[in-house]
Design a protein around this ligand. Structure first.
Ligand code: GTR
Length: 694
């Protein structure tokens, strides 16, 4: 885009790349009313000054957005709970603007992470070239709307699937527990000057009117209106958290995102990516693209009135810092790129900084940086800013900062599940609720999860205490004190038990892309006991394996398994206790609990994670059989012929866990150090899926 622009500049003036030509300018003060009196407090801002500024942006810059409500109708065109290899739920929703059969519509493409609690926070943004370009997912519908590209006569092409995937990074967004909602901007209003005959403008014409008045909306206004309609839909989707929608936009769509965020306070975070002139950049600097230039190249973007200011940006009654002030006190993020001088990176930073006094008046932290921060050194407060290397684009660097910013303002950084490595084959686990008010911990109290007590979270660090009472005589109590901090997506911490301190470190529990969704085929069944490596403390006799001592080490298969069906027959004496290790991640408990109430620590339970529905145990001394089907974290267990756990999802590692690499295959382990136990007829059948990723 930069190169094409450069060729055009030669003939069409109206841009400036010379900082010395910027000259002196005075920005209108957001904290002074039009009549010169000061805005004294938050109440003055909220009740009067905000409305005054909004009116000026409406009549002089973007044009008024019609207020008449259009009846919306939504239809789910397609959905799947196993999109992106099982990581996400995909939904394609058509949103009709009006009840007429030929009403215009926009197609929303939605991906929601399967591993995150509902409702999920989302990133919402329009795309430039159709939903099918944001990811290579072949199920995304290809739009029939007008395309900016002339290559295929303005028609979208199958060939363009995933073309802009690097600008969307859907998988990475999903992996961090966010959803993505997007729509093609041309569905709302095609991006060319046709006198406002197509798109949504004509919906609002009445009394022989054929185009908007000079103080009414242009195409940026229409895109912003469409974003608010997407928000209307989001409010009806129970899986999406409408209170945590981060609105983002690149370039001209970034201008629309800022304008939408300024008008519609339902957007909880607003992000401007390289939005430049008419976006985050100060018009008065007249640097890069100028007011005269943008109104000439794109006469349909702004209100007719905006053209009055061609060559006279100092006469606009507002400047773009005031647009961003309208977003206050909601979190705002602005970012620039070094090679994107057309968008005026300095002007974008100064625009964000110019909104800071309003953020502070409203009692927030504003933008911490007072001077433009160094390249790729983000400054994050209630306003965030970064400038990265590279050109006019959206990159994974930008996305990472947006997600860090969202984590920060929504206090999500520590929320979620963490697999922690404590060294010497020991692993721990932390699961922290989204609201950071509760959580559980595995480690230091045996194989069990313990509830966090006295949990204190501040910024990127947390502290809590756990305890476990062992039902020995006399009962023994273990207490551990845990502290951790988040550093660059790593959780670093320590656990103190008495005099001993154990250090550990880890990352987020991985997303497992496999689900028990009917696509799994059984492979060849293998008899396990015959192929176990030799071990002195176990004895195999006529097909029955028994431990010779109560200290017998867990017997592991040499083969590693990922998704499988495992059949085990076992016999326990009165009060007996053993377990089956699954891939070094989870444990299925074996215990003499005949006739007792079910629990997540009883016979056939996924230890500390999932209790059986009913107690199907047999009395001690009898052979019992257990069938375990494990796909990703989805587990089904049949105990003595009774389905006791039906496709439940295991929340995380516990029990016999010995690795943080929960996404890897691992051995099957038979436990023999909790007392006498016998096994027979152990078989395993690997499962494979045509739709699973390697
Ligand atoms: C340019 C325009 C910019 C910016 C960009 C884009 O041609 O001059 O204001 O919006 O397009 O949308 O990529």
């Amino acid at each position: 885009m930069f190169a094409i622009g450069a060729a055009l500049f030669a003939q069409t003036p109206g841009f400036n790349y010379d900082e010395s030509k910027v000259g002196a300018y005075t920005l209108p003060d957001p904290l002074r009313f039009a009549n010169g009196t000061p805005v004294r407090n938050a109440d003055d801002w909220r009740t009067k000054r905000r409305a005054e500024i909004l009116r000026l942006f409406e009549s002089e810059v973007y044009g008024k957005t019609p207020t008449r409500k259009i009846k919306l109708r939504s239809e789910v065109l397609e959905q799947s709970a196993s999109a992106l290899g099982g990581a996400a739920t995909r939904r394609q929703v058509r949103l009709w603007f009006g009840e007429a059969a030929n009403a215009p519509f926009v197609d929303l493409l939605i991906y929601l992470p399967n591993n995150a609690p509902r409702p999920v926070p989302v990133f919402l943004g329009l795309n430039f070239a159709g939903n099918h370009t944001v990811n290579a997912d072949p199920a995304i519908r290809v739009t029939k709307s007008w395309m900016r590209e002339t290559a295929n006569n303005h028609v979208a092409s199958e060939k363009d699937r995933g073309l802009s995937a690097g600008r969307w990074e859907v998988e990475k967004v999903i992996a961090r527990g966010y959803g993505t909602v997007t729509a093609y901007y041309g569905d709302i209003d095609p991006d060319f000057d046709d006198g406002f005959q197509n798109g949504v403008h004509p919906l609002f014409y009445s009394d022989g009117k054929t185009k908007p008045a000079a103080d009414e909306w242009g195409t940026i206004g229409a895109w912003a209106w469409g974003l608010s309609r997407a928000m209307d839909y989001i409010e009806t989707d129970r899986d999406i958290d409408a209170k945590r929608v981060a609105l983002h936009g690149h370039s001209r769509i970034g201008k629309a995102a800022l304008w939408a965020g300024a008008q519609d306070e339902r957007f909880a975070i607003v992000i401007s990516n390289n939005s430049g002139e008419g976006g985050a950049a100060l018009a008065r600097r007249d640097f890069g693209e100028t007011t005269a230039r943008i109104n000439t190249s794109f006469p349909h973007w702004f209100a007719g009135n905006f053209k009055k200011y061609n060559g006279k940006p100092q006469e606009i009654p507002v400047d773009q810092h005031m647009l961003m002030a309208l977003i206050a006190p909601r979190p705002l993020y602005v970012n620039s790129a070094v090679e994107d001088q057309w968008a005026d990176p300095r002007g974008e930073f100064l625009g964000a900084l110019g909104a800071d006094p309003v953020y502070r008046l409203l009692g927030t932290e504003g933008l911490p940086a007072k001077a433009r921060p160094g390249i790729e050194q983000p400054s994050m407060g209630r306003i965030g800013y970064h400038i990265r290397n590279g050109k006019h684009d959206v990159t994974i660097y930008d996305w990472t900062q947006w997600m860090n910013f969202a984590d920060r303002v929504w206090k999500r950084g520590l929320a979620g599940n963490w697999n922690l490595d404590a060294g010497k084959g020991k692993v721990y686990w932390i699961g922290l609720a989204d609201d950071l008010k509760s959580g559980s911990f595995f480690g230091a109290t045996g194989g069990r999860l313990a509830e966090m007590k006295d949990l204190a979270v501040s910024g990127g660090s947390l502290k809590f205490r756990v305890e476990r009472i062992f039902e020995t005589t006399p009962p023994r109590r273990t207490e551990a004190f845990v502290e951790a901090r988040l550093e660059a997506e790593r959780l670093i911490g320590s656990t103190r038990v008495g005099e001993r301190t154990i250090k550990w470190e880890g990352g987020r529990a991985p997303v497992l892309n496999e689900h028990d969704n009917g696509s799994w085929k059984r492979g060849k069944t293998v008899r396990v006991l015959d192929s176990l490596p030799a071990a002195e403390d176990w004895q195999l006799d006529k097909g029955v394996l028994r431990n010779r001592s109560d200290k017998a080490k867990t017997r592991f298969t040499t083969e590693h398994y990922r998704n499988f069906e495992l059949h085990v027959e076992y016999k326990l004496p009165k009060g007996g206790n053993s377990g089956i290790g699954l891939r070094d991640h989870y444990e299925v408990q074996l215990e003499d609990d005949f006739g007792k109430p079910v629990s997540s620590h009883g016979n056939g339970a996924v230890y500390s994670r999932i209790a059986p529905r009913v107690n199907a145990s047999k009395p001690a001394g009898q052979w019992q059989s257990i069938d375990i089907r494990l796909i990703g974290r989805d587990v089904t267990i049949t105990l003595n012929g009774v389905k006791t756990i039906d496709r439940a999802t295991i929340g995380g590692i516990a029990g016999m866990a010995a690795t943080v690499h929960e996404d890897r295959a691992g051995p099957i382990g038979l436990q023999g150090d909790h007392g006498p136990v016998e096994f027979r007829n152990v078989t395993i059948t690997p499962l494979t899926s045509s739709s699973s990723l390697p």
